[in-house]
Design a binder for this molecule. Structure first.
Ligand code: Q9C
Ligand code: ZN
Length: 356
């Protein structure tokens, strides 16, 4: 009998709730909701092939190995600073009214930022879909611990572990967050595998619908971390500004970033063709650490914010194709917003990876 697959999960995400985003200028409930993780957990609990565990605390150090301390400070304190300043009554999530674009300074030398962290928010957050509430900091911290604990399970001998990260991570860059993401769970794991795991070559495969701009930025000039992403063409899909096929890394990292922008309505045949190219690159790179998968299910045909055409059994096929590499795998949850199908899609991916 094959042993159980460790699933690392935390309840801390439940307090990252009451979120909103803008759709055509109108506030709507955020697609990235607690119900997503609850749906996945309940599907896995109903299956019997999984063993559930809480994360262990890894502290700030692994986060600071990847993110700027001042960005961390804003995620931690924006909510309480806003309350203290009377800038909110606490009933609505915090969304910046001003964004510090790269074009702001022009030739100027800027003199500083406000001391209050809620007034700094727009200098670190790049979109309107990623609000801050009282439970955001705790949830984002726990998601990192979930990811690192899943990684520990695989280093400890499990061939496969799943980190049910919420909030997701792959849009968070070194000094900037957004896209429902605060800390880049997958990047933190990759960096941790390099440092604490003493690996020399780590590969990240990103199968979320969206380009993982944060992960790409973090490892752009790194030869020791391979970043491969299949996603909707940024010419039509968020995050719009990165994920084009011409982006392949620089310096030591030249050729160690690769992107497969996909047309709308791509089905499993077209998807598998791109995936085979990515997997061949993983094989040629010969990682000496577990494969890190940024797993989004927003590639699903009924996803409310996606336009690709994958169906539930296709995730098992993806799992089998990746599993054929014969590598240990750390699966970390990213996006996926068709709540009624999320559990089944996650089950299929994990089953395919496990070879059952
Ligand atoms: N109309 C993840 O899947 N808003 N993030 C897109 C499109 C933000 C997605 C708006 C989407 C972020 C982890
Ligand atoms: Zn996504």
């Amino acid at each position: 009998m094959t042993s159980s697959i460790p699933v690392v999960r935390s309840d801390a995400h439940l307090a990252h709730a009451g979120l909103i985003e803008l759709a055509g200028g109108r506030p709507i409930p955020c697609w990235e909701s607690p119900e997503r993780a609850l749906a996945i957990e309940s599907a896995l609990r109903g299956d019997g092939r999984f063993v559930f565990e809480a994360p262990t605390e890894h502290g700030r150090e692994p986060i600071l190995a990847v993110h700027d301390a001042d960005m961390l400070d804003v995620v931690e304190h924006a909510w309480t600073d806003a309350l203290a300043a009377g800038a909110t009554d606490g009933s609505q999530p915090l969304i910046p009214d001003t964004y510090l674009l790269g074009a702001y300074p022009g030739g100027m030398a800027l003199g500083g930022l406000p001391a209050s962290r809620h007034l700094q928010l727009g200098a670190y957050l790049f979109d309107t879909a990623t609000p801050i509430v009282a439970g955001t900091w705790g949830a984002a911290r726990a998601a990192v611990d979930v990811a690192l604990t899943a990684a520990q399970r695989v280093l400890g001998g499990a061939p496969l572990a799943y980190g049910l990260c919420r909030p997701p991570g792959h849009h968070a860059a070194r000094g900037m967050f957004g896209g429902y993401c605060y800390f880049n769970n997958a990047a933190i794991v990759a960096e941790w595998l390099r440092r604490d795991g003493e690996a020399r070559r780590v590969a990240i495969l990103d199968i979320d619908y969206h380009h993982g701009n944060g992960t790409q930025q973090l490892f752009w000039e790194r030869g020791d971390v391979l970043y491969l992403s299949l996603h909707a063409d940024p010419a039509r899909a968020y995050p719009y500004f990165s994920g084009y096929a011409s982006e392949t890394g620089a310096g030591e990292g030249a050729g160690k970033t690769r992107n497969w922008p996909l047309p709308a309505f791509t089905r499993i045949d077209g998807y598998a063709t791109a995936l085979a190219e990515a997997l061949a690159m993983v094989g040629a790179y010969a990682p000496d650490a577990p494969l890190v998968i940024s797993a989004g299910f927003d590639t699903f045909e009924r996803d409310p914010i996606g336009d690709l055409g994958l169906r539930t059994p296709d995730y098992a096929e993806i799992g089998r194709l990746v599993g054929a590499l014969g590598m240990p795998v750390i699966v970390l949850q990213e996006g996926g917003y068709a709540i009624d199908a999320l559990g089944a899609n996650a089950l299929e991916l994990l089953s395919g990876l496990r070879g059952t």
